[in-house]
Design a protein around this ligand. Structure first.
Ligand SMILES: *Cc1c(COP(=O)(O)O)cnc(C)c1O
Length: 361
């Protein structure tokens, strides 16, 4: 079955006479439990919900993993992955250009607990030089918002040889664009807030694993920390999966078209889109990705020029985040450099039906 078909059926229950294809969300804080609760699949709303199970089954199939655990946000899923794999004294290798909240969580909270955090750029597989003694290598490829790409198979092999686990943030390309587990990752993470669900109307995240034993630990974390998603959000996510291939394909074509146009403009500098032939990341991206994602980034000469550009884009919403059905753009250089009013330059465009844009947060 090809991916475009697979997404329309992933996680659906077996056909049953008179029943819907995708059952509606189950709103339950608790469930009937007569006699021995061990006979019940669901006991309490923080422990499990059939709507979660349906979505997790769908993602497991699409990710090619052993199991998936869905969380209330991408950050909740990252916290769970770091929290279940790391303890004081462990070494975490992270991209220095990773999604800013993930980096802050590692360098703030986890470093404060006694985890040694080593930061190295995504570009040039620079993290490879920092793997000795590591417990976990966190990869983000393509990185958000810089659109750098790492060679996942190469890094995963090096990490495993050093005795480290490997997690990959595939938020921008989604699991259809990049099969992180097949490339060697132990954990495939995505913020499903973005292109995976694609309608800019919910916050959600998941981790898919190659070894089901990790799913047990992630389940325990979700139960104990309470980072549970609402059934309505998860149901919307499952419903949205059916159009993921259509949306992503269009988004990536749009992103490539926008990147091609921008590449022809003298004012545009530092254009990055891994799907663009000639982009430094294109050779690796075309080897390891089926879709390069909906985000691209570029710079203009000044804040004034950047703002003028945004004001004149009639069909582009100024917003943070990406992967939805509307094209958005954000001046990412804002707030960089620690100043309240930095001289801004960088800007990124995220195109809704394509793989484009850059932003972080
Ligand atoms: C958005 C995003 C996250 C965090 O996900 P939330 O759903 O906002 O918590 C992590 N990594 C990347 C690359 C993202 O774009």
């Amino acid at each position: 079955m090809n991916d475009a078909t697979r997404v329309t059926r992933a996680g659906l229950p077996a056909a049953a006479q008179g029943e819907p294809f995708l059952p509606g969300p189950t709103f339950a804080g608790t469930y009937h439990l007569s006699g021995d609760p061990a006979s019940a699949a669901y006991t309490y709303g923080r422990y499990g919900n059939p709507t979660w199970t349906g979505y997790e089954n769908a993602i497991t199939e699409l990710e090619g993993g052993a199991a998936t655990v869905v969380f209330s946000s991408g950050m909740a899923a990252i916290s769970a992955t770091l929290g279940t794999t790391l303890k004081a004294g462990d070494v975490l290798v992270m991209p220095s250009d990773a999604y800013s909240s993930a980096r802050l969580l590692a360098s703030g909270y986890f470093a404060g607990l006694g985890v040694e955090v080593r930061l190295a750029p995504t570009a040039g597989n620079a993290q490879q030089a920092h793997l000795q003694g590591a417990r976990l290598l966190w990869i983000e490829s393509p990185s958000n918002p810089g659109l750098e790409v790492a060679d996942i198979a190469l890094l995963a092999e090096a990490a495993h040889a050093a005795g480290a686990l490997v997690a990959v943030d595939s938020t921008t390309p989604t699991c259809l664009g990049q099969q992180a587990l097949a490339l060697g990752a132990d954990f495939s993470f995505s913020s499903d807030t973005k292109a995976t669900t694609g309608h800019s109307d919910l916050i959600l995240g998941h981790v898919a694993v190659r070894d089901a034993a990790w799913a047990d630990k992630l389940h325990a974390w979700r139960r104990q920390m309470g980072s549970v998603p609402g059934p309505m959000e998860v149901w919307l996510a499952h419903r949205s999966l059916a159009t993921l291939h259509l949306r992503l394909e269009r988004q990536c074509n749009n992103a490539l078209a926008i990147a091609g146009f921008l590449a022809s403009r003298a004012e545009v500098r530092g254009l990055r889109y891994p799907g663009l032939p000639g982009d430094p990341a294109h050779p690796i991206a075309s080897r390891q990705m089926k879709f390069c994602g909906p985000v691209l980034c570029f710079s203009l000469a000044s804040q004034e020029q950047a703002e003028r550009f945004l004001q004149h884009c009639e069909l582009v919403f100024e917003a943070t985040s990406f992967g939805g059905i509307h094209t958005t753009a954000e001046r990412r250089a804002r707030g960089f450099s620690g100043s309240l009013h930095p001289p801004l330059r960088q800007r990124s465009v995220r195109s809704p039906s394509s793989c484009t844009g850059s932003w972080r947060e």
